[in-house]
Design a protein around this ligand. Sequence first.
Ligand code: COA
Length: 532
Amino acid sequence: MTVLASALDTGGPDYAAHRAAMLDKLAALDAEHAKALAGGGEKYTARHKKRGKLLARERIELLVDPDSPFLELSPLAAWGSDYTVGASLVTGIGVVEGVECLITANDPTVRGGASNPWTLKKALRANEIAYANRLPVISLVESGGADLPSQKEIFIPGGALFRDLTRLSAAGIPTVAVVFGNSTAGGAYVPGMSDHAVMIRERSKVFLGGPPLVKMATGEESDDESLGGAEMHARTSGLADHYAVDEADAIRQARRIVARLNHRKAHPDPAFAEPPEYDPEELLGIVPGDLKTPFDPREVIARIVDGSDFDEFKPLYGTSLTTGWARLHGYPVGILANAQGVLFSAESQKAAQFIQLANQRDIPLVFLHNTTGYMVGREYEQGGIIKHGAMMINAVSNSKVPHLSVLMGASYGAGHYGMCGRAYDPRFLFAWPSAKSAVMGPQQLAGVLSIVARASAAAKGQPYDDEADAGLRALVEAQIESESLPMFLSGRLYDDGVIDPRDTRTVLGLCLSAIHTAPVEGARGGFGVFRM
Ligand code: COA
């Protein structure tokens, strides 16, 4: 074993300051998570309960195995938008009858569970996760369908939801729909396209058009029950495979369906894993409040990997990027972690080599971000930084082993790409509350804009207003700063959630377990042309 040594002074002032800053950010995060939990608020929650219905998260809680964890994804979806935080949909990974499943549940307390643009993004992301990791999908449906005022944003791209369900099925990934209430119009295709459908007596309403629409279209008089009730679908149309007498019975039947799926993981669960040698609580005191101050990512690695056991690869070369091998909850992983922020040529080449090794060995990769990007300047351009950065981005893009990304601190510029940012399809990507991500730092961005504006004025022979420039710089800086923060980015679904650093090992462990439902196989070739 190669147990990492720690130089973290947990009694010192730096640690205390970093911890205090992180706890402040966590308190702010908790307040936003509480908004997602509150759903449509007191009035709509009380009305929903009075109707004898369970809330979305209560349905999930009954569905998953007792005392098993539920990894909720993107709880802050729609943050910073005009829509309710959480986007009227709960998604996550939970264990049902011993099978890890991707579960989605509409929140009917938020505008009748109708889908807005962020709901759609969140639902499509859930499908992507199910597909990549071969997780059965369980949809707990109760929705007013498309959020009508925003239909232009969702109607056309929203077709992908139903396409995904049948593609999952075609790939042998089971899909189960449990209909708790409304599932009309397009929504009817959720049970319609799923492998298994459960409906509930006097609750499920599944029709292409309700009584008013039918009246308008054909003049026919009808009622909800005869058009789309559970009894009708179970006895007459055959759309319901299972008829439940109430919500609890429906959830029980969904569990029985999963128990009979014969869905097997590609890789067995690893045996018992050693916890880290160091207390994960100390993860709160590592990242400085000011991200300009570097920190040693080995302090983080020591608190998330099994036994704090880490075999470093090329420790003396390209030292601004730490690479090495470890286990996390028993799963082998290769880790790439930024050490001093900037990526130089050596770091990029080291990363490309390391990623190829992980692919040869079928080992998933974990990217721990704290980078300001690739180094700029004459010396570095002449040294081929573009070639070398391209090499790293090529390796990341064409790597076939699963990737997990955690934004601990900075994640700027092409460094975000090279470290497997969102567009590079990591299986999961999470951010710590201390993270910041943008094309560049706010000060740098405001400064660049100001230089460009000054040059433009000079070219036109116009005078430049320095006072206005200072005001504009401050304004731009504040705007970019707010758009770099994890809650803002999470709201736009650019990650799968903002997590407490102390939960990193648990969250990554749950993801690795889900990932191993599908075969883990690296690329043996198939990289793009590496420029040398
Ligand atoms: N788009 C936008 N807002 C919607 C909505 C939709 N599809 N469905 C419901 N809402 C809003 C309602 O206007 C209401 O807002 P308010 O409280 O500010 O007035 C709120 O959500 C709750 O709806 P309400 O009808 O009071 O809830 P309910 O639980 O009694 O009924 C539905 C829920 C979904 C059955 C009912 O709202 C409905 O039939 N909606 C339209 C369904 C439809 O035809 N959708 C088109 C499918 S493509």
